[in-house]
Design a binder for this molecule. Structure first.
Ligand code: CP3
Length: 340
């Protein structure tokens, strides 16, 4: 077992594990070097290169988990959705009609995204220190946002309007995405992923009532289809503090939260059977070394001493972050939490 996987199971650990959302990416000079030669989509579709990008942060830092280098939109490309990254995903024909929803094929991972599964196998075979690998997918509502709007947005207005104007069609699309992501995550686990994470990056746009009506049943459908696997499931709810009562009903092992909310308060709501992941503000990595330690200690104090805390940022690391600040953060969390 690993410290990270034990923490996912709310078991006591020798120290608090840490990994960083978006740890494989543009803040690393070695990633920028790779990216200078190959475009992003080719990186995600070439198993050796996706594995290399996954392994880069694991070689540089004493991270307690790796996350597969890919994108939440990659499986949708496998389902025939045409898109480009600029650098956020741009969908050529946003989904707005029943005809488009009905024409969406199911996802057959071995056929549609074999390169992802091969990347998982390569990472597992080459991970330093046997670091466990997290496979991931977008949560259905977050994918729905990109598919309906067609591009990144602050409000995802067209997607949220669609929920009210075409609720039955919205549920059909969400259900289709839920089943596709269940198949996708299952295939990643079969290929060697030791934990599975669902990114609900835009769930926080919804009122609790709409979250309960649309987003929650869809992600619970994905989770339920995976519960026969011996793999912990992490659900990251960005800006989800107003939704936590509903998130607590999800049958997941770990809930990831952003920095706007208190770990202690969320642990109260989630209960002692779920682990919590987070939640340092990505901006805190720009503090002086002494202030970064103060900020990290505040997160640790907020998490408390009970088992089941996985240190992370509250959202993805920013591309202009100093890689040395990441090293200092990881070392500090490990040293500060070391237990005999
Ligand atoms: O290190 C890792 O976390 C693994 C790789 C990973 C990427 N995207 C690579 C990527 C993961 C886990 C994701 C998830 C993802 N993608 C999410 C959920 C997490 C979140 O941030 O809320 C979302 C919403 C997306 C959609 C997406 N893809 C956006 C908004 C962007 C552009 C902005 C950005 O943050 O870079 C992308 C492109 C993308 N995905 C890049 C990377 C490394 C940049 C592409 C490049 O190198 O040019």
């Amino acid at each position: 077992m690993s410290v990270f996987l034990d923490a996912c199971r709310v078991r006591p650990t020798a120290y608090t594990p840490i990994w960083i959302m978006r740890q494989a990416g543009r803040y690393l000079p070695e990633y920028r070097k790779l990216r200078a030669q190959v475009d992003f989509v080719k990186l995600t579709r070439t198993p050796e290169l996706a594995a290399e990008a996954t392994l880069q942060p694991l070689r540089r830092y004493e991270l307690d988990a790796g996350i597969l280098f890919s994108d939440i939109m990659t499986p949708l490309q496998g389902m025939g959705i045409e898109l480009e990254f600029e650098p956020g995903p741009i969908v050529r024909d946003p989904i707005r009609t029943d005809e488009q929803i009905d024409a969406l094929p199911p996802l057959v991972p071995e056929r549609d995204v074999p390169f992802v599964l091969e990347a998982v196998r390569l990472v597992r075979a080459n991970a330093p220190r046997m670091t466990p690998l997290i496979g991931f997918a977008g949560a259905p509502f977050t994918l729905f946002c990109y598919l309906v709007c067609g591009r990144p947005s602050k409000e995802f207005a067209a997607a949220r309007a669609f929920l009210y104007s075409h609720p039955a069609s919205a549920v059909r699309l969400l259900t289709h995405l839920a089943d596709a992501m269940a198949a996708y995550l299952r295939a990643q686990a079969h290929s060697g992923a030791q934990a599975l994470m669902l990114f609900e990056s835009w769930g926080g746009l919804l009122a609790l009532k709409e979250y309960r009506r649309f987003a929650l049943p869809a992600v619970q459908r994905t989770v339920a289809a995976l519960r026969d696997l011996e793999v912990p499931i992490i659900y990251y709810a960005n800006q989800g503090s107003a939704l936590m009562q509903a998130v607590a009903e999800l049958d997941v092992d770990v809930v990831g939260v952003d920095w706007r909310t208190s770990l202690a308060a969320n642990r109260q709501i989630l209960g002692a059977s779920k682990a919590i992941q987070g939640n340092l503000d990505p901006a805190a990595l720009f503090a002086s070394p002494a202030e970064l330690r103060v900020q990290a200690d505040a997160v640790l104090a907020d998490a408390g001493r009970a088992p089941g805390h996985i240190f992370n940022l509250g959202h993805g690391i920013w591309p202009d972050t100093d890689p040395d600040a990441v090293a200092r953060l990881i070392d500090h969390v490990h040293e500060r939490t070391a237990r005999d």
